[in-house]
Design a protein around this ligand. Structure first.
Ligand SMILES: [Zn+2]
Length: 215
């Protein structure tokens, strides 16, 4: 199976696809957010830094990823989510993966139109009680009664970073950095595109499976 590096704008579905690979193919999900939180458990300084909301240094993230990859068996497929965010990280990651003998790697761009992403983010509501997700804009995910969880009756809430301003900041960061990264993987011949613009993800999951199984 291919090792996968996901490249995607915010709300493109990285989390869902990663979960799918873990559940159906036994992938190990390496998310830089999780790696940072894990590391912060043992590192007070980092813990304080994360609380400040400042951006973590590129090198620290790559070091954490490297540390984790070193512990993985070569036969254990992984999905990487959160890096690379810069061309420099992509180059460094490439050297690390080659050095560790992970050769079967593809970068997968999850391609979604911006208007769809906005609908997903701005309409997102979550049940604070059972954590079920809803969307007030996308018909298929609306609760039966406005603002009330179908399953447990709790009042739905909006997460603090699910607003247009916060989305625009994250989207802008993505747009600013992604092109050189895409060019890098394209030149290496290992770039795939997964189109995930529809509500029904059957087609997208089919494409994902064909990427995973391709030799
Ligand atoms: Zn609920």
């Amino acid at each position: 199976m291919k090792n996968i590096i996901f490249l995607a704008p915010p709300a493109a579905g990285k989390g869902t696809f990663s979960e799918y690979l873990v559940d159906n193919y036994g992938y190990t999900h390496l998310s830089t957010g999780d790696l940072l939180r894990e590391e912060a458990e043992e590192n007070e300084e980092l813990k304080e830094f994360l609380k400040s909301g400042k951006l973590v240094d590129d090198k620290l993230i790559i070091d954490l990823v490297e540390k984790k990859l070193k512990k993985l068996a070569k036969t254990q497929p992984f999905v990487l989510d959160g890096v690379p965010r810069t061309l420099q990280q992509a180059q460094k990651l490439d050297i690390i993966l080659n050095g560790l003998g992970f050769l079967n790697v593809v970068a997968v761009l999850i391609d979604v139109e911006k208007t769809t992403l906005v609908d997903r983010v701005v309409g997102r509501k979550v049940c604070p009680n059972c954590h079920k997700n809803y969307n007030t804009i996308i018909k298929e995910f609306q609760p039966r009664i406005d603002n009330v969880c179908d399953d447990c009756g709790a009042t739905l809430i909006t997460r603090s970073d699910d607003n247009l301003e916060s989305f625009e900041v994250r989207y802008h960061e993505y747009e600013e950095s992604v092109n050189p990264i895409l060019a890098f993987y394209k030149a290496k011949g290992c770039l795939k595109v997964l189109y995930n613009n529809k509500v029904d993800q059957t087609e997208a999951l089919k494409s994902l499976r064909s990427i995973v199984d391709e030799h």
